[in-house]
Design a protein around this ligand. Structure first.
Ligand SMILES: *[C@@H]1O[C@H](CO)[C@@H](O)[C@H](O)[C@H]1NC(C)=O
Ligand SMILES: *[C@@H]1O[C@H](CO)[C@@H](O)[C@H](O)[C@H]1NC(C)=O
Ligand SMILES: *[C@@H]1O[C@H](CO)[C@@H](O)[C@H](O)[C@H]1NC(C)=O
Ligand SMILES: *[C@@H]1O[C@H](CO)[C@@H](O)[C@H](O)[C@H]1NC(C)=O
Ligand SMILES: *[C@@H]1O[C@H](CO)[C@@H](O)[C@H](O)[C@H]1NC(C)=O
Ligand SMILES: *[C@@H]1O[C@H](CO)[C@@H](O)[C@H](O)[C@H]1NC(C)=O
Length: 443
């Protein structure tokens, strides 16, 4: 998994030259992300959960960051809004999330604008008056960069973070708040994904990535950028962009071209289905947990809220965290195609998992969340003979029980562990997630 780009920029640029360099750098990164999203890359995730800023003595002196401290700047186009709005509506919370949808031209449909479900819209400034912009090879990127400035100008009271995204980006806002809350918004932070064309391991066998990655700017950085953007664009942004590596490592298929993530559901239903799990517990969403059933030589690999796999033999997490290559690289023949290790799909009964998908979620009495995963197709392979010919074909459902309460992520935190509670009698297996024991093997 590629590391995220987390840049803390100096508060005191030594001189004008330093300042220029600083913002050129920012814009370069910004553009890099924007152009990477739109030309060859779909990022799956905005933030990692493994990164933590260094212990910061100042960080105690402000209140915890919450959703009202974040302003979203969403770039969209009037023509495409009809096809994109349901992505935004899946996560936007009217009267809670702050921000704007920036459209390229005034909308002619959907009026009066439904503020009870959608973000308020603004029409992006027409940049054609800036000659420098016109010459830019990627006019779309210019508009996106301007959106930062326009978002800042539109709303800057009580703001700690600006999060910029596309109209087909899906945010898990509780997780976003938690991760941004780890950084001191009073400093110059730029947080986003670099050349992230990857699904990270938690996405397992997803056949897609969700939308553009997006990136976050701390308030002082957005403020400085709003004042300096024009200066820098008169510099040699095109040069910087031309130096940008043009060797796409991969992309997943563009969002609208990928298969729905859940079998039997369309794209729209799939997203809302995933959101059902997200509503129950965002912090565990897609987190992978691996456990073993020694009596039957089986391995269970759970992706919370998405899928569950049963292997008829033992595999360590170090193998299972490599996604099975059910997806294809954007650019055919690119080698190596991915920024991460993968496993090839296999027809070997000892290697091919039984595949289950998230079906229902229940908040049970007693402070537990129970997810059910259902088998959608038979594996159609004999049992793995090397580990005792114990077929898992009879298992039709897997119930995953997890505690209510956010999973602590961040520095030094570990994957959760699990126990297989019941396998044989009924054709359903129950798996219970729990914190790992001190010496439990996780690799
Ligand atoms: C967010 O934090 C501010 C303090 O910075 C507080 O006034 C506000 O009530 C909080 N809002 C929510 C929704 O927690
Ligand atoms: C949002 O707030 C406005 C006024 O503050 C209220 O009229 C409206 O019903 C609220 N909408 C939602 C979805 O809560
Ligand atoms: C921007 O302005 C130019 C010239 O004034 C005009 O030709 C163009 O159509 C405008 N673009 C939009 C999106 O309104
Ligand atoms: C588990 O697999 C081993 C070989 O890896 C085999 O010797 C053993 O009998 C199997 N156990 C069961 C319960 O099938
Ligand atoms: C599994 O079954 C196959 C054929 O049915 C047999 O050859 C093999 O010895 C069996 N393996 C074990 C460990 O029982
Ligand atoms: C469990 O699976 C076995 C084997 O597929 C089947 O014969 C049996 O009817 C199933 N039992 C239940 C309760 O579904």
């Amino acid at each position: 998994m590629a590391p995220p780009v987390i840049k803390q920029l100096s508060n005191k640029p030594a001189n004008v030259f330093g300042k220029l360099l600083l913002f050129s750098g920012l814009i370069m990164y910004t553009m890099y992300i924007l152009s990477s999203n739109h030309h060859w890359c779909q990022s799956s995730t905005l933030f990692p959960n493994s990164n933590h800023p260094s212990n910061d003595p100042d960080s105690i002196s402000y209140s915890p960051t919450n959703i009202t401290h974040i302003v979203f700047g969403i770039s969209g186009s009037s023509r495409a809004w009809n096809n994109k709005k349901w992505y935004v509506e899946s996560w936007w919370k009217p009267n809670t999330t702050r921000g704007f949808l920036f459209l390229d031209r005034p909308p002619t449909e959907f009026l009066p604008w439904p503020l009870t479900i959608d973000p308020p819209f603004r029409v992006s400034e027409n940049t054609s008056k800036y000659k420098e912009y016109d010459r830019h090879p990627v006019p779309y990127a210019i508009r996106m960069a301007r959106v930062i400035v326009e978002t800042f100008k539109a709303q800057n009271k009580g703001v700690r973070w600006y999060v910029m995204s596309d109209d087909d980006t899906i945010f898990f806002t509780n997780n976003l708040v938690e991760v941004l809350g780890r950084y001191d918004h009073r400093k110059h932070y730029y947080i986003g994904r670099n050349s992230e064309c990857v699904v990270n391991n938690v996405w397992g066998s997803f056949e897609m990535g969700f939308g553009g990655a997006g990136f976050a700017l701390s308030y002082p950085l957005a403020e400085a950028l709003a004042k300096n953007l024009d200066i820098d664009l008169r510099g040699d942004i095109s040069g910087l962009l031309s130096a940008h590596p043009q060797s796409p490592l991969l992309s997943l298929h563009h969002l609208d071209a990928v298969k729905p993530i859940f079998p039997l559901l369309n794209r729209y239903e799939s997203l809302y289905h995933l959101m059902k799990a997200a509503k129950a517990d965002e912090s565990r969403l897609l987190q992978q947990t691996v456990c073993y059933h020694k009596q039957t030589n089986c391995t269970f690999s759970i992706s919370w809220g998405y899928s569950a796999h049963i292997y008829e033999t033992f595999f360590p997490p170090s193998i299972l965290q490599k996604p099975i290559e059910t997806f294809v690289p954007w650019k055919k023949g690119a080698f190596p195609p991915y920024m991460f290790n993968t496993r090839l799909p296999s027809n070997d009964p000892c290697e091919a998992p039984h595949v289950f998908f998230f079906d229902t979620v229940e908040q049970s009495i007693g402070g537990r969340i129970v997810l059910s995963y259902t088998r959608r197709w038979e594996r159609k392979l004999p049992a793995c003979s090397a580990s005792g010919n114990r077929s898992a074909d009879h298992i039709a459902k897997i119930h995953v029980v997890s505690p209510v309460g956010r999973l602590i992520s961040g520095a030094g935190s570990r994957r959760e562990c699990c126990d297989v509670l019941r396998v044989s009698d009924m054709n359903a297996t129950v798996i219970k997630l729990r914190a790992c024991l001190k010496d439990e093997m996780l690799a």
